[in-house]
Write a protein that binds this ligand. Sequence first.
Ligand code: ZN
Length: 114
Amino acid sequence: MPFCPSCKYEYESNVNKCPDCGLELVADLPHIQEKIVQNIRFIPLPDLPGRVYADMVKITLDEMGIPCYIRSDGLMDTIGVTGTGLMNKGVRIFVPEDRVDECLSIQHQMMDHI
Ligand SMILES: [Zn+2]
């Protein structure tokens, strides 16, 4: 999947430029590739209502040194979540499987304050 090198968002493969900042998308982010090489499995946190929220959570995770990336709408079938309707909407943060509990509680806390 193409990524924006600036926003670190992942987009659908038919997108060439970041809708947000206009940068050309790159095939993959090097640091994400590294994690994949290390066999860290990334799994999604529950849907967020929008990118603003995803950004907020990501900033917190970044500060804690938890690798993560944000995926925008669509392409959920690639991880086997189809037929659920609602699950195909919104924005998700993918986090390493072994830190998902930590990330979940962070996301919950942050969403509680909104
Ligand atoms: Zn961008």
